[in-house]
Ligand binder design. Structure first.
Ligand code: F6R
Length: 611
């Protein structure tokens, strides 16, 4: 949700900021802007994507060795030039970019209006900037001090970076709740919402913590808390390659990420699952083995696609460990005063590790004494750092806004956790344990085989691309896969889609069925197969179009379907990781066929850092 980039050093700032903003565009793309010091403060901003900003700046003198840039996902105020960042202070000497939400901005704005301030935008950011300016101008202290005083009053989440015309060799940044990474170069510093704009310049980074203020000069990085005490920056080495954030010959990041899955799932299992030795090793979980063994309840907290991974995991954990599991939308969990008992374990699932709802939900559960285990993709992210323990999904940077490879990696991690726990608790036999271990081990190869269906799926996509609605049905482990299929279609193609348990369809959604409605069944061979076939009959009888994902070698559905997608058979516990592949490809090809920007669907942003 909004991407920020800043640079200070000996190089030209603009090209670094521009490239960085393009890499962060997955975080929001309503408008973009930069501020540079070039004979005074120069601010350029434009509604639309970063490329639109770039076009308007062709031919301008953009020389500067210091600058800040922003790509926006609108919260306060519609997407337009006026509301784009950076915002400028009343005296024109300060510029600021912001990612987050200032919840008490209206109150502060009222106070500033009384003092004679006027506002050019509808944003909370401009209010915070003018609040800082007011303190800075009246206190006659440093900008850094004004920032600290202002932030003590602020309620909400923020990363801010300020550029000051009177201090052309210093950037001031601060964070609470939204991510900020500072790359350390030789005589230069790079600031960004994640490491992707930084990795080609330096691998040494500092992840700024909540309530820290950074004073950044070319040769110096000072970190302080809001009480003006110095904090020693903790330097981390980035474990990421440039190739991981480039398209690598694919038309879109989404397609690249779908096709990366045999490797990303393999990377996720590597070093953890040893099928021949019959072992699963997860060091970040191991230290909480006792709490998991004795847990009265496991609560999965997540949003969106990660929530769907939690739903699959609920079925797997209950089956293998006999521990009751609840799956909660983080946004609901946080606000409904949930009962958290001693002995409850919370598993927070998040690709970005920055989703504000999930972060806040686990913080409040932590305060109530729960053990928090994070299943997170982005290393060093806020949720990873807030959790007591957990496991990274190792899917690599996911840049396409629709989550694909992170989902399958989440399922791989959660399945390993459940398998290990079930075995340790003696809830499953040695034989079943070994069988599932081997099934999981075979997933990368089976996913590669499922991907070979791409041309058939492409054809099906072209056939149904003009549908106005779609239904996705599945039972048991495949029900969350149906939900995920419907979500992918909605976000990528803007076709209205519903995911439903196949049997529940009779209790309402069947009224939608007519001869135009495509109904996608996730109908691989499992213990509910016969029942799903009956549900297919029910759709067919009402002339709906049936498209089914079935297991290789199973022709029971052939007579009932309009279109068939065949995937390798896997044990029903493991099958969702494979069955979701056609769902992802279908949404992708339909989105592309409709001429849509599948990597940046409208109104969305990858990392939802506002509640
Ligand atoms: C859907 C999608 C979103 C995210 C959700 C949670 O394709 O990407 O629904 O899954 O915003 O994000 P994370 O997993 O980063 O917490």
């Amino acid at each position: 949700m909004c991407g920020i980039v800043a640079y200070i050093g000996h190089r030209e700032a603009y090209p670094i900021i521009l490239k960085g903003l393009k890499r962060l565009e997955y975080r929001g793309y309503d408008s973009a802007g930069v501020a540079l010091l070039n004979n005074g403060m120069k601010v350029y901003k434009k509604q639309g994507k970063v490329a639109d900003l770039e076009e308007t700046l062709i031919g301008k003198d953009l020389h500067s060795n210091i600058g800040i840039g922003h790509t926006r996902w609108a919260t306060h105020g519609e997407p337009c030039d006026r509301n784009a960042h950076p915002h400028t202070s009343k005296n024109g000497k300060l510029s600021m970019i912001h990612n987050g939400i200032i919840e008490n901005y209206a109150q502060i704005k009222g106070e500033l209006i009384k003092k004679g301030y006027t506002f050019q935008s509808d944003t909370d950011t401009e209010v915070l900037l003018k609040f800082i300016e007011d303190i800075y101008v009246n206190n006659e202290g440093s900008l850094e001090e004004a920032v600290r005083i202002a932030l003590k009053r602020v309620v909400g989440a923020y990363v801010i970076v300020l550029l000051d015309e009177d201090n052309p060799d210093t950037l001031i940044a601060a964070r609470k709740g939204s991510p900020l990474v500072i790359g350390i170069g030789k005589g230069e510093h790079f600031l960004a919402s994640d490491a992707s704009p930084i990795i080609e310049y330096t691998k040494e980074v500092v992840y700024v913590n909540d309530y820290e203020v950074a004073i950044i000069r070319p040769d110096e990085l000072i970190l302080k808390n809001l009480g003006n005490e110095k904090i020693t920056p903790f330097i981390t080495k980035l474990d990421m390659e440039l190739a991981a954030i480039e398209k690598g010959g694919y038309d879109h990041f989404m397609l690249k990420e779908i096709f990366e899955q045999p490797h990303t799932i393999f990377d996720c299992l590597r070093g953890r699952l040893d099928a021949s030795a019959g072992t699963i090793t997860m060091s970040g979980i191991q230290q909480y083995a006792e709490q998991l063994m004795t847990a009265n309840r496991i609560i999965m907290i997540a949003c969106g696609t990660s929530w769907h991974a939690g739903l699959v995991a609920e079925y797997i954990f209950e089956e293998l460990t006999r521990i009751p599991v609840e799956v909660e939308y983080a946004s609901e969990f946080r606000y409904r005063n949930p009962v958290i008992n001693k002995g409850d374990v919370i598993i927070a699932i998040s690709q970005s590790g920055e989703t504000a709802d999930t972060l806040v939900a686990i913080e409040s559960a932590k305060e109530k004494g729960a053990i928090i285990l994070g299943v997170v993709n982005v290393v060093g992210s806020s949720i990873a750092r807030t959790s007591h323990g957990g496991a990274y999904t190792h899917a690599g940077p996911e840049i396409g806004v629709a989550s694909t490879k992170a989902f399958t990696a989440q399922l791989a991690v959660l399945t390993m956790m459940a398998l290990k726990l079930g075995y340790m608790k003696g809830c499953i036999s040695e034989k079943r344990y070994m069988h599932l271990l081997n099934e999981l081990n075979d997933v990368p190869e089976k996913v590669a085989t499922a991907l070979l269906q791409k041309d058939a799926i492409h054809e099906i996509a072209l056939k149904y691309k003009d549908a106005s609605d779609a239904l996705y049905l599945g039972r048991g482990y495949n029900f969350p896969v149906a939900l995920e299929g419907a979500l992918k279609l909605k976000e990528i193609s803007y076709i209205h889609a519903e995911g439903y348990p196949a049997a529940e369809m009779k209790h309402g959604p069947i009224a939608l069925v007519d001869d135009k409605l495509p109904v996608f069944f996730v109908a691989t061979k499992d213990s509910f197969h016969e029942k799903v076939l009956s549900n297919m009959q029910e759709i067919k009888a009402r002339k709906g179009k049936v498209i089914a994902v079935v297991s290789e070698g199973d022709d029971a559905a052939n007579a009932l379907v309009d279109d068939l997608i065949v995937v390798p058979y896997a044990d029903e516990l493991i099958a969702p990781i494979i069955n979701v592949i056609p769902m992802q490809l279908l949404a992708y090809y339909i989105g592309v066929a409709k001429g849509l920007d599948v990597d940046k669907p409208r109104n969305l942003a990858k990392s939802v850092t506002v509640e």
